[in-house]
Ligand binder design. Structure first.
Ligand SMILES: [Zn+2]
Ligand SMILES: [Zn+2]
Length: 715
């Protein structure tokens, strides 16, 4: 059995774990990435596996960082069932549609700009329609019931106490007569969280995958949290202002409602007019009410006694935009709970615009505020902020309550782990880098269990008690020269088997190379021109005989310019190669106008000085350079191997001169320029690729040769 970590590895989003056992393939979660540009890019590219080859998906809960790419998975050919608890199914039907709506409007906004600039319009990752289609594949599960979902694969959902419907997944995989039990914590809840139950304790796992969002931190406790909330409410009402609470529609909004109800019943705060001003929160609350039987004991008791936190004469759900706008004219006495939780989108922005400048008002932040959001700027004490293009003075009081988290903190995670009687091995995921590694260290020292922090895309063989990273086993002797600067990647079809990023992409700004860094292809751009020419011949737009006799290294770009004089070679390559092969990250740029993600090339002068590759401009004249990424080159190789882009005979004829030394069937394309050295290629009969891209001139061939020496061993 093999498990690959395709998301939530040294980060908190994009949860996605691929399990292969025999000929069966199962995904646990398929979440959307957020955060850095590099991570968000992963939402757009191809999946690193063939969606139609996945047999089933097991979904832990409805949060978008776990469920958000399911509509894309279905859109790209996944036909199997998606197993989730009934509440998760119902929550997903509103969450995914909402996410589809966000994707559509984001692309619409970007396209308005692109069209003005003469660029091609983008298509959204998925639409509301795609989200609705995906819902048809959901299969409702109940907690605690063991179900055989595939021959020799059984699954059981246990309450994770995180948000309503969230599950810990127990998975039994039978292979060659041996059963391995995998446990996925999913997102694990906080103890004594409102509405949801406490996380279920599990006692055995051969393999445990555990989240670590708060692996190194401790929350404010429940008493402090409610007391703090009472104080904020009373102080605001005394001043005669409004209390604005930006809150996530799913989970946090309901938690706040619950706490307000408890405080009101105790008489700790006066009766209040509470407005839920978020259509998504209103829908999510309705789903909550339909599933009251999975609430915790306290909440069920409150409802039985007629004290539902969601339905009270003083709780109002606004529907229309007009109703929402009417709240803007009220100067004080209201509690407004509205999305988004970080105040960077949604109706909360209107309320902030109308209240921030009032000294009587309070803004209460109850969730994590990411860097760069409006919520974070307020939290950091900004004097004025820009909202909808207008500067607004901040006179209101800004308060933060940290104890509302839906995640277990370090103590709670450790407490949950200590209830296990047996754990074979632990993988720590779903946390920022420091959190994953800090928590892994704690597990090693406290529980004395082998613990690994997997890297993004890393895969592991899970045979019996042994858990070897395939990277560790196949590439354990791999060594990169210290002054190598660039990216390397080994892939089998779409599956990345090994990769690494080294050195700086821009020394001046200390920007590190990463997997989405754009690298100048140097003279390898001629290969792209050659592909474009072959496509034109295949379409009958060009006569084969015009290409001339094949020579060792013809300057195909010049040939393309000569044979298609009406267009620039880069326009032809964009249309004939980038477009049909779906190389979305590749483009031509002038060196002095390259985007921030493009690596600057570094070359060594005769005097031994390292300088930026301005020489390339002098040498080449003012000509745009072709930039691409490891991801795109892997894709190009697979597209060539599949024979859809060019006929297979044509591809073989084309790559024949690029055979690697005496290795039959292995082809490499090499590109150079000052401060540029790239080598990529592989086999075509069974698509395998090795890609080494550098923005320097050191050790590139040595790195490539080393990777080549593993060829045939692992794959
Ligand atoms: Zn979650
Ligand atoms: Zn999560």
């Amino acid at each position: 059995m093999r498990m690959q970590f395709l998301g939530a590895a040294e980060t908190t989003s994009g949860a996605c774990y691929l399990i292969r056992a025999g000929d069966r393939q199962v995904l646990v979660d398929c979440g959307l990435f957020h955060g850095s540009e590099e991570l968000k890019q992963r939402n757009y590219g191809d999946f690193p596996f063939e969606p139609s080859s996945i047999d089933a998906v097991i979904l832990t809960h409805a949060h978008i960082d776990h469920s958000g790419l399911l509509p894309k998975l279905v859109k790209h050919g996944f036909k199997g069932p998606i197993y989730a608890t009934a509440v998760t199914c119902d929550l997903c039907s509103i969450m995914l549609a909402d996410s589809g709506h966000i994707q559509e409007s984001e692309v619409e906004r970007k396209n308005r700009k692109r069209i003005r600039r003469g660029q091609d319009p983008l298509t959204p990752i998925y639409t509301v329609d795609d989200a609705d289609k995906a819902m048809k594949q959901f299969k409702r599960m109940v907690y605690d019931e063991e179900v055989e979902i595939l021959p020799s694969i059984r699954v059981r959902f246990r309450d994770a106490g995180h948000i309503l419907g969230a599950a810990i997944v127990e998975l039994w995989v039978m292979e060659k007569g041996e059963t391995t039990k995998l446990v996925f914590s999913g997102d694990l809840g906080n103890l004594d969280q409102p509405i949801v139950r406490d996380p279920t304790f599990i006692t055995e796992a051969d393999i445990l995958v555990i989240e670590s969002t708060y692996g190194t931190r401790t929350h404010e406790n429940r008493e402090d949290r409610t007391e703090h909330l009472a104080h904020v409410v009373n102080a605001t009402m005394k001043r005669g202002g409004n209390l604005l609470i930006p809150a996530f529609a799913l989970g946090r909004t309901q938690d706040v409602l619950y706490s307000l109800r408890v405080l009101q019943d105790k008489g700790a705060i006066p009766p209040l007019n509470i407005y839920i001003d978020s259509p998504l929160a209103t829908k999510a609350t309705a789903v909550f009410q339909e599933h009251a039987r999975v609430f915790d004991y306290e909440t069920r008791t409150m409802i039985k006694e007629g004290r539902s936190p969601f339905e009270a004469p003083h709780v109002h759900y606004t529907e229309s935009v007009e109703e929402s706008m009417r709240l803007n004219s009220v100067a004080g006495g209201l509690v407004i709970i509205s999305a988004s939780g970080m105040a960077d989108a949604g109706r909360i922005k209107h309320h902030l615009k109308h209240n921030l400048w009032r000294r009587q008002a309070t803004v209460l932040l109850v969730g994590y505020q990411a860097q760069g959001t409006l919520g974070r700027r307020l939290q950091d004490g900004a004097d004025e902020v820009r909202i909808h293009g207008e500067m607004v003075k901040v006179a209101a009081t800004i308060e933060t309550i940290s104890g509302f988290s839906a995640h277990a903190d370090q103590g709670a995670l450790l407490n949950w782990l200590r209830r296990f009687r047996y754990i074979g091995r632990v993988f720590v995921t779903h946390g920022e880098k420091e959190s994953c590694h800090g928590f892994a260290e704690l597990i090693r020292s406290e529980l004395k269990v082998p613990t690994v922090v997997p890297k993004l895309d890393e895969s592991f063989d899970l045979q019996g008690a042994e858990t070897l990273s395939t990277w560790d086993s196949e590439y354990q002797d791999f060594h990169v020269a210290e002054d190598f600067s660039g990216v390397l990647q080994v892939a089998k079809g779409a599956e990345t088997r090994f990769r690494g990023a080294y050195g700086l992409s821009q020394r001046r700004y200390k920007v590190e190379n990463h997997f989405f860094t754009l690298f100048n292809m140097g003279s390898a751009r001629h290969f792209f021109a050659q592909l474009a020419l072959a496509r034109l011949v295949e379409q009958g737009k060009l006569d084969q005989s015009k290409l001339g006799a094949p020579s060792a290294k013809p300057l195909w770009e010049e040939k393309l310019r000569e044979l298609v004089p009406s267009e620039t070679p880069w326009d032809v390559v964009a249309r004939e190669v980038f477009e049909p092969a779906a190389l979305r990250q590749s483009s031509y740029y002038y060196l002095d106008h390259a985007p921030a993600a493009a690596a600057t090339g570094y070359t060594t002068t005769r005097q031994g000085q390292t300088v930026e590759n301005v020489y390339a401009i002098l040498e080449e004249g003012l000509k745009p350079q072709l930039f691409s990424t490891a991801h795109d080159l892997k894709r190009l190789w697979n597209v060539l191997a599949q024979g859809e882009f060019l006929k297979p005979e044509k591809v073989m004829e084309l790559v024949a001169p690029y055979q690697e030394g005496s290795m039959a069937g292995f082809y490499t394309i090499e590109g150079k320029a000052p401060g540029v050295h790239v080598i990529f290629g592989g086999r075509l009969e069974e698509p395998r690729s090795i890609i080494v891209l550098s923005n320097g001139e050191v050790a590139v061939r040595a790195v490539f040769d080393q990777l080549l020496s593993y060829e045939g061993k692992g794959w």
